[in-house]
Design a protein around this ligand. Structure first.
Ligand code: SF4
Ligand code: SF4
Length: 387
C-alpha cells in the first residue's frame, strides 16, 4: 500500500484559503471519487469545546468550502456536523460560540447535530471491543466524508488527530458507553481503531484536510493547553499516514507511543511506513524545520487519565432518560423509535425503560411529543453498575 500527502506552508494566515485549495489540488488527481457525481458531502471538524484552540478553526472550514465552491459543488449537497458527547451542549451550540455556524449560514451549508437522528446499528469486521456498534445517520448517509482534524495532545489517547477525530461520528452519550470498553490506554487505542475500521470498511470516499496552523501541546490537551504555531496544512486520503506524517513533522518517532495508531498499523488499516508515503508540496524536511518539536503526554499521565475517565468520569456522566408520568400520554412513540429496544411498551400503560440496554442516544427525548422525557447524568450510582 502507498499513499500521497501534500504539505503546504501557510506563510500568512490571511492566505489560509488559498493554502487549503492548493493543498487539496496537489493531490486531487489521485481521488478515487468524482466530486461532481456526489450527492451528499459531510464535513466533520473537531468541535470539542467552545474555545477556538480546542476546535478546528472556522476560517479553516471556510477554506475547504471555498474549494468545493470552486469545483462547482452545490452547497445544498454539503453539511457540517459533529457530536461532542457532552452532557449539556451540542456541536451546533459550540459552532455558534466559535463563529463556525455563521460560516455555514453564509455559505448556505446545513449544520447537523449527529445525535439528533436515530443512530444506525452497524457491524465492524474484526472489531475487538466495538462489537455492538452504532454510528450517526449523516455519517452513514454521506457519499464523501471530509475529515477536518486538528493536532492536539490527548490525556488518554496521547494525541487526537486524523484517526481520533472520527470518534465524533459516534452520536452523543454513546461515546461514554463505548469509552467504558477501553479502560486502559491500550484498550482505548483498540476501541478507537475499531471505530476507524468501520470508517475504512464503509466510507471509501474520504478526504482529510489537517489543521496544523496551531497545535496544542501539554498535559491539558485536548481541551486546553499551550498552542504552538506550525503554520502547516496536510491533505491526504489515508488517516494513519497523515497522523504518522504529522508526528514526523513534530520530530516524534515511533507509533508505539500512540496506542490507536499502533493498533491501526498492526491491523493494516492504513499506511504507517514513511517510505510508502509520497510527499508533495514542501518536503518533510522543510516542514520539520518550520514546526517546533511536538511534546507528547507521558505514559504515566495517559494511564492515570484513562483510570479516571474510564473508571469514574464516564460512569458518572453517562446520560439516562427520565420519564415523567404526569406528562406522559402513553402514546408509545418512544418505544417505537428506540434503536436499542430498551423501552417496553404495552397499550394504555406507561413505557418502562431498561437502563442496562439503553445506549444513551436520547432519541426518545427528541421524539416524545409531550416533553415527558428529560435527561440526567447517571451520577454516583453509575460507579456501582456494570453497564
Ligand atoms: S413518547 Fe412520551 S408521551 Fe409517548 S409514551 Fe413515550 S414518554 Fe409517554
Ligand atoms: S431508551 Fe431512549 S436513550 Fe435509551 S437507547 Fe432507547 S431511545 Fe436511546
Amino acid at each position: 500500500m502507498s499513499t500521497k500527502i501534500s504539505i503546504v506552508h501557510v506563510k500568512d494566515h490571511n492566505n489560509l484559503q488559498e493554502a487549503i485549495i492548493k493543498g487539496i489540488e496537489l493531490i486531487e488527481d489521485d481521488f478515487k471519487f468524482n466530486l461532481s457525481e456526489l450527492s451528499y458531502i459531510l464535513l466533520k471538524p473537531n468541535l470539542l469545546r467552545a474555545t477556538e484552540d480546542a476546535c478546528t478553526q472556522p476560517s479553516f472550514v471556510d477554506g475547504v468550502l471555498s474549494y468545493l465552491t470552486k469545483k462547482g459543488i452545490d452547497m445544498k449537497n454539503v453539511s457540517i456536523g459533529d457530536s461532542p458527547g457532552q452532557i449539556k451542549t451540542s456541536a451546533s451550540n459550540i459552532a455558534k460560540k466559535i463563529g463556525l455556524y455563521e460560516v455555514a449560514e453564509k455559505k448556505g451549508v446545513k449544520f447537523v447535530d449527529f445525535e439528533k437522528e436515530i443512530p444506525i446499528h452497524e457491524t465492524i469486521d474484526g472489531a475487538i471491543y466495538l462489537t455492538d456498534y452504532y454510528v450517526s445517520k449523516p455519517v452513514k448517509d454521506c457519499d464523501l466524508l471530509i475529515n477536518l482534524p486538528k493536532l492536539k495532545t490527548h490525556g488518554e489517547a496521547t494525541i487526537t488527530g486524523a484517526i481520533k477525530n472520527y470518534w465524533g461520528i459516534i452520536p452523543g452519550g454513546l461515546k461514554a458507553k463505548f469509552h467504558l470498553l477501553g479502560k486502559t490506554p491500550a484498550q482505548f487505542g483498540d476501541t478507537l481503531a475499531d471505530n476507524y475500521a468501520w470508517v475504512i470498511q464503509n466510507k471509501p470516499n474520504r478526504l482529510t484536510i489537517y489543521d496544523l496552523e496551531k497545535v496544542m501541546y501539554g498535559s491539558m490537551g485536548p481541551v486546553s493547553g499551550p498552542m504552538k504555531e506550525w503554520n502547516l496544512i496536510l491533505v491526504g486520503t489515508d488517516e494513519l499516514a497523515l497522523d504518522v506524517v504529522a508526528l514526523a513533522i513534530g520530530k516524534f518517532k515511533g507509533l508505539n507511543f500512540v496506542p490507536h495508531l499502533k493498533s491501526a498499523y498492526n491491523r493494516n488499516l492504513g499506511v504507517g511506513n514513511l517510505e510508502n508515503i509520497e510527499i508533495v508540496g514542501i518536503s518533510l524536511e522543510e516542514a520539520k524545520k518550520i514546526a517546533p518539536k511536538f511534546k507528547m503526554p507521558r505514559k504515566s499521565m495517559t494511564r492515570f487519565a484513562s483510570l479516571i475517565t474510564g473508571g469514574f468520569v464516564y460512569k458518572v456522566t453517562k446520560k439516562i432518560p427520565i420519564m415523567t408520568k404526569k406528562k406522559c400520554k402513553k402514546c408509545g412513540m418512544c418505544s417505537e423509535i428506540c434503536p436499542a429496544h430498551a423501552i417496553h411498551f404495552v397499550n394504555n400503560e406507561y413505557p418502562v425503560f431498561n437502563k442496562k440496554t439503553c445506549i444513551s442516544c436520547l432519541c426518545c427525548l427528541e421524539v416524545c411529543p409531550h416533553q415527558a422525557i428529560d435527561t440526567k447524568a447517571r451520577g454516583f450510582k453509575g460507579l456501582f453498575t456494570s453497564y
